[in-house]
Design a protein around this ligand. Structure first.
Ligand code: NAD
Length: 357
């Protein structure tokens, strides 16, 4: 029996989660799958109910699940709360407590949506990359850190720290993914100025030469990588990056594809348990209107089935159904160019009907 915990969250998190759960219910019934699904509040919804963005019992359930599906959290209603009670705090708590060190962010563009990208069609056509970002160390977690307003001059500082094990485990994930794709990994750093990047580059090279020589490894400085993603995005396949550089590069890559409503993500730990979420937020501007694009959330479900539940075939079927939806000319509002679009529910029904073909 597999266990999936669904955390819809706030705003459109609820709407897109309903879509993913409809798809999961359909697959569960059709394939007679043994999956136990529970649904719990998170973020602002949890704060309103329990006075905390993530309760101890939800955290315990997350630790006990094979996969956590996460919708989105946040919204103006909770913006003035102190950090511990802010909806976004739940997300960081889950990442830390489940040791979700590997953030996988695929970014790809359907040919039919070429015009939705800001990049010229001949440059972006065929775009399909996987950014592997280290998620639980590096500059965002390094100690010491602080702000000294009482010193002269007032100052602030952070620490970019990586140890060998942290780099090794994220590198292995990148190479293993590359083996299933075109066997190309580009590791991004700032080895020209940062000691931690020089060390990063050496450890990645070591992992490459000891276990993954069949893959092609290249290194690129982060500033050049940002430029190359725009100039010649198709030179990349798997991009391996630290927490800071991966954060920036994955947003650039997402933007290239036209709509944030299309892109899923996975965050995995050592035992390949994971949390799966769309790249977008709770979109308060469209929440409740029934027009959210559910594809990022449904593709996040596909990643959960592939990486944490080992149902690779079902994941591929979902991806094919979404491709059919796009090829048949159906669009949600965010990717429509002629003003015609389907609602969130209509889109979900169409995708399920393509799954049923
Ligand atoms: P957002 O991603 O929620 O929205 C940005 C824009 O994209 C909006 O115009 C929105 O309507 C549109 N959009 C996003 N997802 C869409 C979808 N599925 N279909 C159609 N359009 C979509 O980012 P934001 O506006 O900066 O943040 C809103 C709230 O979400 C904030 O409270 C923020 O803190 C939170 N947030 C949460 C997460 C998360 O839960 N992982 C991530 C980012 C932002």
């Amino acid at each position: 029996m597999h266990k999936i915990l669904a955390l819809p969250g706030d705003g459109i998190g609820n709407e897109v989660m309903n879509s993913a759960l409809d798809v999961l219910d359909f697959l569960k019934t059709r394939n007679d799958l043994s999956i136990d699904i529970s649904i719990e509040p998170i973020g602002g919804a949890s704060y309103d109910l329990n006075g905390t963005p993530i309760s101890e019992s939800v955290l315990a359930k997350a630790k006990d699940s094979d996969a956590v599906l996460f919708g989105a959290v946040g919204g103006p209603k909770w913006d003035s709360l102190e950090w511990e009670n802010r909806p976004e705090h739940a997300l960081l708590t889950l990442r830390k407590e489940l040791d979700l060190f590997a953030n996988l962010r695929p970014a790809f563009l359907f040919d039919e949506l070429l015009n939705a990208s800001n990049i010229k069609p001949d440059v972006i056509k065929g775009f399909d990359i996987m950014i592997v970002r280290e998620l639980t160390s590096g500059l965002y977690f390094g100690e010491p850190r602080g702000i000294n307003l009482d010193q002269n001059p007032p100052n602030a500082f952070n620490t970019m720290y990586y140890d060998e094990d942290q780099i090794k485990r994220i590198s292995k994930i990148a190479f293993e993914l590359a083996l299933k794709r075109t066997k190309k990994v580009c590791s991004v750093d700032k080895a020209n100025v940062l000691e931690v990047s020089k060390f990063w580059r050496n450890v990645v090279a070591e992992v490459h030469s000891s276990d993954f020589e069949v893959c092609e490894l290249s290194n690129m400085l982060a500033d050049n990588a940002a430029m190359q993603l725009i100039l010649n995005p198709n030179q990349f396949d798997v991009v391996l990056a630290s927490n800071l550089f991966g954060d920036i590069l994955s947003d650039i890559a997402a933007t290239l594809t036209g709509s944030i409503g299309m892109l899923p993500s996975a965050s995995l730990n050592d035992s390949l348990k994971g949390m799966y979420e769309p790249c977008h937020g709770s979109a308060p501007d469209i929440a409740g209107k029934g027009i959210a694009n559910p594809i990022a959330m449904i593709l996040s479900l596909a990643m959960a089935l592939r990486y944490s539940l080992n149902f690779d075939e079902l994941a591929s079927q979902i991806e094919v159904a979404i491709k059919k939806y796009i090829t048949a000319g159906f669009r949600t509002k965010d990717i429509s160019i002629d003003g015609k679009f389907l609602t969130t529910n209509e889109t979900t029904e169409k995708i399920i009907s393509f799954l049923n073909e």
